[in-house]
Design a protein around this ligand. Structure first.
Ligand code: KG4
Ligand code: ZN
Length: 335
């Protein structure tokens, strides 16, 4: 085993084309992200076919730029980590083919990384992970609580029964009339309002599961009802009301999980980990239950290849390898 392993990570599962080089799963050397936000904005969301084409356009440039930024050549890279799934299949395939090609031409190991493992390992770029830990994964496609007894061992104890929290944020943003990507805008607006609208707290049961479709429908119905009776929605108040209930729902399940599992370390991961309301509420909960909490800085919350390269290092140590038959998967359980 080399003292220093430089992993080149590639991420293209949704609307960001990204490459990054990370040393030993902890130190980011260089990262390049080409975001497609401006391309999808006019459509109010990510258009899969357009996303794939954008990845094709950008992938080579992003890879070249990343190596240049790191002042490294492919010969300096020890392995290539790639998001094989889950995500948009056409988008995933672009990154995967690039990764396979680079691995094959340069004779480097190929490491398949699950996108959610990447989000979790974003925390490893900030501080050393301490096990056992509980990871709260909140993104556009996932809302899960995962137990990790040690590096690269994942045990899902709960998840959403329907929509992901980020998906719900984006939908609510649309109802309020905010532009894509709506999650961060709802978050910002929530700070300016008061939670005056009454919305149902979802799934108040004993499980570690979540449900967001009912809350989403409640916001849509409320907006329609106000419109029908000729009343103008107070946008900031609706954002604040929604955020309060969404965060409360996550916190109540996390409280139960931390107590039941006697967790000492908790991490938050995924795009919605950037949410100010959730960050504050998690900090308060961690203090109350006396657990160590780690939330990545904003730049590691949303999709990036540094998290994939970091996860790739630990996946490599776990013996995980891909070959030229490796395929992308639009859905896949983290294991
Ligand atoms: O992790 P990510 O970049 O992509 C997925 O893997 O899904 O997460 C994107 C999701 C989007 O739904 C976006 O609206 C949401 O994360 N998001 C937020 C915030 N920042 C990003 N949601 C609420 N508050 C935020 N500040
Ligand atoms: Zn993501």
């Amino acid at each position: 085993m080399k003292k220093n392993m430089y992993i080149l990570g590639i991420e293209s599962s949704c609307d960001e084309t990204s490459a990054s080089i990370v040393r030993n799963g902890v130190e980011e050397i260089a990262t390049v992200i080409a975001s497609q936000i401006s391309v999808h904005k006019d459509y109010g969301g990510v258009v899969p076919e357009i996303a794939s084409r954008q990845h094709v356009k950008k992938i080579t440039l992003v890879l070249e730029e990343c190596l240049k930024k790191a002042d490294m050549k492919m010969k300096d890279i020890d392995a290539i980590a790639i998001t094989y799934g889950p995500g948009l299949i056409g988008s995933l395939l672009v990154g995967l083919e690039a990764a396979k090609t680079l691995a094959f031409i340069n004779g480097k190991p190929l490491i398949p990384v699950h996108h959610i493992a990447g989000h979790i390992y974003a925390n490893s770029l900030v501080e050393e992970l301490q096990f056992p830990l509980l990871a709260l994964v909140v993104s556009g496609g996932h809302t899960e609580i995962i137990e990790m007894p040690e590096h690269y061992k994942f045990n899902k104890i709960g998840g959403t029964l329907d929509d992901a929290i980020g998906e719900c944020y984006d939908k609510v943003a649309r109802v309020i009339g905010l532009e894509y990507p709506g999650g961060p805008k709802v978050d910002k607006l929530a700070k300016e309002g008061e939670p005056t609208y009454k919305l149902p707290v979802p799934l108040k049961d004993d499980s570690y599961n979540f449900s967001f479709s009912g809350l989403k429908s409640a916001v849509i119905n409320l907006a329609h009802h106000e419109e029908q009776i000729g009343r103008k929605i107070k946008q900031a108040n609706l954002a604040a009301s929604f955020q309060k209930v969404a965060v409360e729902s996550v916190i109540s399940k996390m409280r139960k999980a931390i107590i039941d599992k006697k967790a000492k370390t908790v991490i938050v991961a995924g795009g919605v980990a950037a949410n100010q309301g959730l960050r504050k509420a998690m900090e308060k909960l961690a203090k109350e239950l006396d657990v160590k909490l780690s939330i990545p800085p904003m730049k590691y919350c949303t999709d990036n290849a540094a998290m994939i390269a970091a996860a790739g290092y630990y996946a490599y140590l776990d013996g995980r390898r891909g070959d030229l038959t490796l395929n992308s998967k639009s859905t896949d359980v983290l294991k």
